[in-house]
Design a protein around this ligand. Sequence first.
Ligand code: NAP
Length: 229
Amino acid sequence: MRIVVTGANRGLGLEFVRRYHQLGHHVEAIAREPNKSPELLALAAAAPGKIRLHACDVARDIEARALPVTLGDVAVDILINNAGVMGQMLPLDQLDHEDMLRTFNVNALGPLRISAALLPHLRRSTTRKIVHISSGMGSISDNTSGGAYGYRMSKAALNMACRSMAVDLRPENFKIVVINPGWVKTDMGGPNAPESVENSVRFMMDRIEQLTPEQSGTFLHYRGHTWGW
Ligand SMILES: NC(=O)c1ccc[n+]([C@@H]2O[C@H](COP(=O)([O-])OP(=O)(O)OC[C@H]3O[C@@H](n4cnc5c(N)ncnc54)[C@H](OP(=O)(O)O)[C@@H]3O)[C@@H](O)[C@H]2O)c1
């Protein structure tokens, strides 16, 4: 299979690249500056032709539109929209709306841009899976602690985008979900997070492998159960 991963230079994205490659798949690793990640460069150098690196800022239309050309005429089986930012965590009376718009652009519009750009590639495969990495913080029903306006709103918007995409593309047998990866020890999750990158990605890969048409348009927890909107 051929898997596209955004935000592939560190954190969860880098682990997706490593694990899918270990399983023998082709990986198209997308990052803003792939050549600045020693780990990603080392993985790609050890797997010529199997791991390809592509520079793309998911917040920029022009770069997303160039991606299909860079990828070439290949079929893509699975797209993992993983790139994301936390943005600033400010109280209601001090919100930085420009920062919130940047967060929305990456977290909510980024996955839409990349999915739309790569639709022809996904249509060349019969697998047709799109996975958006959302967050428990994007759940409205689970929000009992408030705050994190930009991040929470951007992930809730991503969840809605996922549902519309799943409905629109169901006739073509696409399977499209949002996954809550848990609270994970990455630069974003911080050192106090209870879950390891390895576990989170391993469980998410199980979810992706077992994805059914009936699950399309749902919000999954990485451990397997459905997460509340
Ligand atoms: N860790 C957690 O506890 C946790 C919990 C819930 C959800 N998530 C979600 O999981 C995903 C991965 O997060 P992580 O924990 O691995 O965080 P991370 O270590 O901070 O990595 C974030 C990744 O996103 C990339 N990225 C950010 N803006 C981008 C842009 N405009 N274009 C392309 N790539 C961009 C970063 O690249 P640069 O190096 O270029 O910035 C980096 O590769 C995110 O969507 C996040 O919201 C994480």
